[in-house]
Design a binder for this molecule. Structure first.
Ligand SMILES: Cc1ncc(C[n+]2csc(CCOP(=O)(O)OP(=O)(O)O)c2C)c(N)n1
Length: 383
């Protein structure tokens, strides 16, 4: 069942909804890509997804307590995010939209820093160069152009097709089904195709663009758009962390080697509201939500771990303790976040000093000083 009518046909799947491995002729090559994953690797995927879910729950609670202005959950999309991000090489560069908390978990972006934007304190919250992750983008689809431009730069820097696994670099951009209706995403696909950029377009089709179902964005499965641009594309079960890992690994291999861009459509479901400002009961059914709850990506991997004797109670208790500690840390540290100085808004505008920015910075400092002087004069006068 799906809210958009494009359905689940033709998806690459390695784990079925019950967590059993799927072996077909079509998925043989992808199976090969996960064959070397060890029990530790699988438990690592589980841990990342579990901590992402906990991050969502705590951030949502903080928003309800008035500590965040807004929050957009990743709940339901953990497999698409964690699976794809685990396939990345350290030097690869990520352009997220705004609910890629699972990708941030994998890339090591500090959980408190991730919430600065949602608390309205900062335009970003982390140093993109530290994690090779651009800041969250709230303007739908605009970052697809940034990603393609960045990928063209990587290509011109000679970091593609060198054959050196530590050097070859790819760019991944994450966006939603609604974003595919934006001009920016389509322009990015055109430029990526004709320039053969080292790039992966990772589309999370969570079936809803706020209250608009995918049928209002497209008449065909979204992955079908790729070939029209001359970009190979693949549809993957977005709730299957192993399949998401395998298809992304394949796409990254193509990008790293100079084979050009790939479009991946991860067919998944947003289990929560669009954001904390939204009420999904107004536009989707309880039956649809229940259907997708039975396809929960975390439960699916837990079932696999249990079936293969890789579930360990002591380890699971450790993950739970880590999640508790994460929750506690968010509750304490998010509340304690102080506002940055106003001068911070002039930093990082350009890579090098810029006359207009310097002028504005000096004006702001002078203005703030004048306000302080006025306050001092008033205090003096009332003595
Ligand atoms: C250019 C632009 N238009 C409209 C909006 C308002 N808006 C915010 S989220 C959203 C829906 C996005 O849906 P989708 O791309 O499917 O991503 P999802 O939120 O489902 O992850 C819209 C229209 C915006 N942020 N930017």
């Amino acid at each position: 069942m799906s809210g958009d009518g494009t359905g689940e046909a033709g998806l690459v799947q390695l784990l079925d909804p019950d967590g059993a491995r799927v072996a077909t002729t079509e998925n043989a090559a992808y199976r090969g890509r996960v064959a070397t994953l060890t029990g530790d690797d699988l438990r690592g995927l589980y841990r990342d997804m579990a901590l992402t879910r906990r991050f969502d729950d705590e951030a949502t609670a903080l928003q309800r307590q008035g500590e965040l202005a807004l929050f957009a959950q990743a709940t339901g999309q953990e497999a698409a995010q964690v699976g794809s991000a685990r396939a990345l090489a350290p030097q690869d560069y990520v352009f997220p939209s705004y609910r890629e908390h699972g990708v941030m978990q994998v890339r090591g972006v500090d959980p408190v820093d991730r919430l600065r934007l949602f608390r309205g304190q900062d335009h970003g919250g982390w140093d993109p160069a530290e994690h090779n992750v651009h800041l969250y983008t709230l303007v739908i689809g605009s970052h697809a152009l940034h990603a393609t431009g960045y990928a063209m730069g990587v290509q011109r820097d000679g970091l593609v097709g060198t054959g050196d696994a530590a050097l070859d670099t790819a760019v991944v951009v994450y966006f939603g089904d609604g974003a595919t209706a934006q001009g920016d995403v389509n322009e990015a696909l055109v430029f990526a195709a004709v320039n053969n950029t080292p790039q992966v377009f990772f589309l999370q089709n969570n079936q809803w663009a706020i209250s608009e179902p995918t049928t209002r964005q497209a008449r065909v499965p979204l992955a079908d758009r790729g070939p029209g641009f001359g970009i190979p594309s693949v549809r993957v079960d977005g709730n299957d962390v192993l399949a998401c890992y395998a298809v992304t690994l394949e796409a990254l291999e193509r990008a790293h080697s100079g084979g050009g861009p790939t479009l991946i459509e991860a067919f998944t479901y947003r289990m929560g509201a669009h954001t904390t400002s939204d009420d999904p009961t107004r536009y989707r059914s309880r039956e649809e939500e229940a259907y997708w709850r039975r396809r929960d990506p975390i439960d699916r991997l837990a079932a696999l771990l249990r079936a293969e004797g890789e579930w360990d109670e002591a380890w699971a208790a450790g993950v739970e303790a880590e999640a508790e500690a994460l929750g506690e840390r968010l509750r304490v540290e998010v509340r304690a976040l102080g506002a940055p100085p106003t001068s911070a808004m002039f930093e990082h505008v350009y890579a090098t000093a810029h006359a207009t920015v310097e002028h504005d910075r000096a004006w702001q400092a002078e203005y703030e000083q004048a306000m302080q002087d006025d306050d001092a004069t008033l205090t003096e006068a009332t003595r």
